[in-house]
Design a protein around this ligand. Structure first.
Ligand SMILES: O=P(O)(O)OC[C@H]1O[C@@H](O)[C@H](O)[C@@H](O)[C@@H]1O
Length: 238
C-alpha cells in the first residue's frame, strides 16, 4: 500500500519525497528485501534483507540538500562526487546489484576514474575483509597526497585504527565480516581496484558503526566517442 505522498509506479516501486525534499525510490521485492534510492546522485541509501537488517549505513552528518553528495549508502564517484543519471539497480532476496554505465556521447575522447563509495553498517572492532592478500597497495595514511606503495600481506584486513588504503588489481570477490554477525560477499565485474576506509577518531561520533569497502577504477581510463564502459557490483549476504 502507498503511504502519504508516495506514487506507486509498479508493484514494489514507489516514488516519494525523502530527506530535504529530495525524490527517492523505494523498492520492495516479493521476498521481503527492500532498497531505498535517492535520485540525487543515484545513491542507494538502504538495503534491508528480509530479516529487516540494513546492510548499508548513512552517516549521521550526511546532508540531503541537493548540493553535496550523500555521505552514506552507495554513492557513485564519477568523474568525482556529484549528481548523475539514475543507473539500474536490481533487488533480490539477499542481494543488491548495481550497474554503472558510462557512455561518451561527445565527439572527442575523455578520461575518467570512478568508484562506488559503499558505506556498510558495521561494528568496527569485529570487522574484517578477506581477499586482498598479495594486492599492491597505495596507503594514504599518513599522507593522502603521497600514498605509500606496498603489498598486502594479511589474509584478513582489520580496522584497529585509521585505515585509508587503495588496493590495485583487487579480485572480483571480497568477503566482508561486518562484526554484526553477517558475512557479505562483494562481487564485481570490471571494477579493477578497491579502497578500504574507516576514519577512526576523525569521526568519533560514528566511526564504530560503519566501514567503507569500495569498488574502484583508480587508473584513468580513456573513452573514445560512442564508446561505453560498464561495471557491476553485487552485495550478497552469505
Ligand atoms: O566524502 P566522504 O564520504 O566523506 O568520504 C571521504 C573519504 O573517502 C574515501 O573513499 C577516501 O579513501 C578517503 O581518503 C576520504 O577521506
Amino acid at each position: 500500500m502507498a503511504s502519504v505522498g508516495q506514487k506507486v509506479y509498479a508493484p514494489g516501486v514507489a516514488v516519494s519525497e525523502g530527506n530535504g525534499g529530495l525524490q527517492k525510490i523505494d523498492l520492495k521485492s516479493s521476498h521481503g528485501s527492500e532498497a531505498e534510492i535517492y535520485l540525487f546522485g543515484a545513491c542507494v541509501t538502504s538495503f534491508k534483507v528480509p530479516n529487516g537488517k540494513d546492510l548499508l549505513f548513512v552517516r549521521p552528518d550526511a546532508v540531503f540538500n541537493g548540493q553535496k553528495p550523500i555521505s552514506g549508502g552507495i554513492p557513485h564517484c564519477f568523474p568525482q562526487f556529484g549528481p548523475g543519471p539514475m543507473q539500474q539497480v536490481s533487488l533480490h532476496s539477499t542481494s543488491l546489484s548495481t550497474t554503472l554505465e558510462i557512455i561518451n556521447t561527445d565527439v572527442k575522447p575523455f578520461s575518467f576514474n570512478s568508484a562506488l563509495h559503499t558505506y556498510f553498517s558495521a561494528s568496527i572492532a569485529g570487522v574484517s575483509v578477506k581477499g586482498l592478500k598479495d594486492c599492491k597497495t597505495l596507503n594514504k595514511d599518513p599522507d593522502p597526497k603521497n600514498p605509500l606503495e606496498g603489498k598486502e600481506e594479511r589474509e584478513e584486513v582489520t580496522f584497529p585504527g585509521f585505515v585509508d588504503c587503495i588496493y590495485l588489481g583487487a579480485p572480483s570477490e571480497l568477503i566482508l565480516d561486518n562484526g554484526l554477525g553477517d558475512k557479505i560477499a562483494i562481487t564485481n565485474s570490471n571494477w579493477s581496484d578497491a579502497v578500504l576506509w574507516n576514519p577512526h577518531l576523525q569521526m568519533e561520533a560514528c566511526y564504530k558503526d560503519f566501514v567503507c569497502v569500495e569498488n574502484a577504477k583508480i587508473e584513468m581510463a580513456q573513452l573514445e566517442p560512442k564508446q561505453s564502459w560498464v561495471a557491476e557490483q553485487k552485495i550478497e549476504l552469505v
